[in-house]
Design a protein around this ligand. Sequence first.
Ligand code: SF4
Ligand code: SF4
Ligand code: FES
Length: 577
Amino acid sequence: MADPSTQLFNIQIDGVWHQFPKGTRVIEACEQAGSYVPRYCYHKKLSSPGNCRMCLIEMGFPRLGPDRKPELGADGKPVINWIPRPQISCAQDVSEGMAVRTNSPLVKECQRGVMEFLLINHPLDCPICDQAGECRLQEFSVDFGNSKSRFLEHKVKKPKNVQIGPRVTLDDERCILCSRCIRFCQEIAHDDVLGFVDRGSYTLLTAHPGKRLENNYSLNTVDICPVGALTSTDFRFKMRVWFLKETKSICTSCATGCNTVIGSREDVIYRQTPRENDHVNSSWMCDYGRLNFKFLEAEYRLLEPRIRSEGRLVAVDWPIAIEQAALQLKQFSGPEIAIIASGRMTNEELWLTFQLANLLGVEMIDIVPRRGPGDDILLSKDRNPNTNGARLIFRSTSEPGAKLLAIADAVKSGQIKALAIFKENTMHLGIPVEQLAQLPVFIAMNILPNEATEKASVVLPACGFAEKRGSMVNGKGRLQRLNRAVRPPGNARDDWEILRDLLQAIGGGDSGSSIDDIFRRISETVPQFVGLNLNKIGDLGVHILQMEELPPMHPTDEEAIEQAIAIQAARRAVPSH
Ligand code: SF4
Ligand code: SF4
Ligand code: FES
């Protein structure tokens, strides 16, 4: 017997017969058949209350003859009995023989009517509204509405500029009462905070008494609000959306790796919004990750490579900085050198770091573990985006982060003479700054300065997540790409180029002239990457690691990681980006 979940139904849409699997919403079937049905309240990731009526269509079913079989017309197709009233298409699934009209005179009349009702009390805010450019009300008004208003009365006045939460601003006059934001909070964020009050034209969206829209997913309501009623307090009035360059990338603020679109203009990031990927983040992302890009524009960013000369750090050009770093590292043997890398580095950067360690005979190499409270929605406890990349590339027998305190101890005991720290803050590791200052060689590659950077013998300014390309493996084993949205400021350089040049200067040969070359080298040496290249990863990523196949974490590793995290938490004087 056929699997009922794969059962196909024959559906006629605008006169053409199609087949759709059982369970397909009529509105989705129409869209897949090329007949887009306008909608406001419907969102495919939320329940369907059917309250806006924008998706009205005509619906019918085959007329049955006396033998209970569909009567066939002259064209050999079933004759349709049309339901005399229009139906909403968002709350009903397809069924065998169903027929739909999406562009008949009746449907068009319904659409014009709904648009007229919605616009009766809508303010004429478009020129100053932040939603302009991505507003469904504007778009559908042009596509499905009337060009003139017959409304002569005064519009109802409602609250404007309401701080409904710390990150979201509400304009009640613009709200079309679709209830998407209410359902999102109830169904996805599990925080029943929004609701409607009052009746008729006076109905208002508001937060329940004593509550605010402040959950860590609040900005998703801004994404799904079809009009400019909910806007991001951070983004509003900063940039017209049509000026934004959109770059597909991933969030690097935790191990989930939510898929994103970075909106930027002239090398400034204005916003990050979620990109749909059902394998990772559905259509959502958390506020913490979404807003975690401001540090890239910090005034105090590291902009020039610098080397220590006569006790002071002086700016030099890149070849000199690389040459100095190589010369300094080559003075020592493997057991005297330690490398602290970061779980925020890409696979390509980690691979080059690992080659560097191999070339120098370094065994003291690890990443800094980073954890925070997770939730059961998206936010992961592991706040490093690429712990799994480090796990695969470093091929260490201990968990990423478990060797860190041993490295810190070796620095403190004086065993380590040369320390290279990439994209991390040594101040968080319990190594006193005075001890770092005593190190003969201390090479720091980072985005922002910190107290420890000032003690470095060579400082290498590098790129943030939105300024470079590369790949990462998320917490569930999915290999994903991040892409460059903006150029780095000053003389900061792509991390992989810095590491490649350093490797070459130490005598490691040429690793390649592009990030694609580095990925190719990874795919030749790390089994999980075999057969892949950056193109094959695609926009939605590929699964390369079954987490169940990994050996369970050793209790002593767990203990060492917890300890390292506790030390960092105690020492963190400034919030880490
Ligand atoms: S604020 Fe936006 S999402 Fe919420 S009900 Fe109003 S129009 Fe819909
Ligand atoms: S859940 Fe994690 S990856 Fe997703 S947006 Fe938040 S911090 Fe970023
Ligand atoms: S989209 Fe169908 S009723 Fe709103």
